[in-house]
Write a protein that binds this ligand. Sequence first.
Ligand code: C2E
Ligand code: MG
Length: 481
Amino acid sequence: MFDCQPWTLVIAASGTAVGMFFVWLLHRERKRHAAAVAEVRRLAFHDALTDVPNRLLFMDRASIAFAHARRSGTNVAVLFLDLDRFKTVNDTFGHNVGDEVLRGIATRLRDHLREGDTVARIGGDEFALLMPGIHNADNLVKIASKLNEVVRLPLRVGNHEIFVSASVGMSVYPEDGRDAESLLRNSDSAMYVAKERGGDSFQIYSPSMERDARKAQELETRLRVAVARQEFVLHYQPRIDMETRRLVSFEALVRWNDPDRGVVMPADFIHAAEVSGLIVPIGHWVLRTACRQAASWHSDGCRDLFVSVNLSPRQFHRQDLVPAIREALEAAGLDPQYLELEIDESCVMMNAEGSMPILEDLKAIGVRVLISHFGSGYSSLKYLRRFPIDGLKLERSFISGDVDDRSLARAALGMAKALHIKVIGEGVETQEAADFLRAQSCDDMQGYLVSAPVPPEECHRFLTLLRPGDGDGKTAKGPSL
Ligand code: C2E
Ligand code: MG
């Protein structure tokens, strides 16, 4: 028989307790380890800022969804969503607010998805969405416009109410690609098309986009060479005072002398220049050349002649806009008051509050500011009154159009007159249009009726013809206007 002394029982019992303790310890460590492994896995597959899946998990889920779709003969939509002008949010409100905006958008997108869909953050302000079981294009359109709507809702971060929008591109498995990489790439190309349209919209991928993208790439390469070789020239279109018929200004309009294709008009390259950023060196060249030309006219005796230069949205929003203008004026020795800058209504009104300090900076240099294509749809009376501007160029279609357009022109002119802002009629082609504008007390006009844009060597005929009192001291014998 065993010798069961009490002390042996104590040892046995404490041995069991220690054993149990070790088992518990082991169990706890295992749990901790499992939790740590799960956390490591989560970190590896999720975005640290927004906690939605990252690119790695997105790709993994995409290949599972495609395999399933292959077996069941269904479709999977891959969406690429990029926030518009997100840099402005960061620059204006700081990175902490920017981070909150990204978190807010990620949460909204996640809340908006169906079970089985995935939203992932795959770059700074880029999200990818995976949506199995898409039936047709109508489905896609509804989803994308809903996404645009969801992103557009104001976001409250601290004391700020922030408005963002998104550009969305979409492609579908298996029609537009057979693997996640190519579908994401195609959705990205489609997203760019939506972005180029101004953002806050969506685009479904089509194979012709690749052709268009290739063409755009070729154009950009040729433009880059053109900038290096300085293949641009300026033509000038006269603008005259409706009352006195005096020449008031020349608008500088750029042309590209392509050695292969001849003269290329702005409609065929300004957009590409804007998208690629090449508008910046082109714009600097235009400014310098136009200022030099105006200074030369001044030194020929046309002392009160203005020169107008068009500014693109990208130029308008650049930090170095004011130094670039100053530099062009100084290099030419032109008094700033003779330089007019034409900025599109859509460009200033898109972010009216943000435009205000830029316009004020321009006024501080002493140059004149004209809002062009006035009436094309964006103007707000409130801002028109507050903007420090010197004139409005009426949208051309108002003048060339039908009775309704004329009523709009009349209303726009009345409004500008009430605010004591000078109005210029653009695109005046007929005597009848000129008479209409004169009857509405429009100040200046410009258009084919006076002259199409001409190269600088042809400008002298306007300098002499349209300046009453110049030369022989008699009234000008210009066209009967
Ligand atoms: P815009 O500033 O509205 O210039 C007026 C355009 O209308 C010019 O076309 C001009 O030739 C044309 N035009 C003038 N009178 C008439 C008319 O009576 N009837 C018709 N149908 N058209 C008339 P262009 O030179 O082809 O320039 C087109 C646009 O390209 C300009 O529109 C402007 O937005 C842009 N652009 C031209 N040069 C520059 C530049 O140096 N910089 C920038 N950023 N944009 C420029
Ligand atoms: Mg213009």
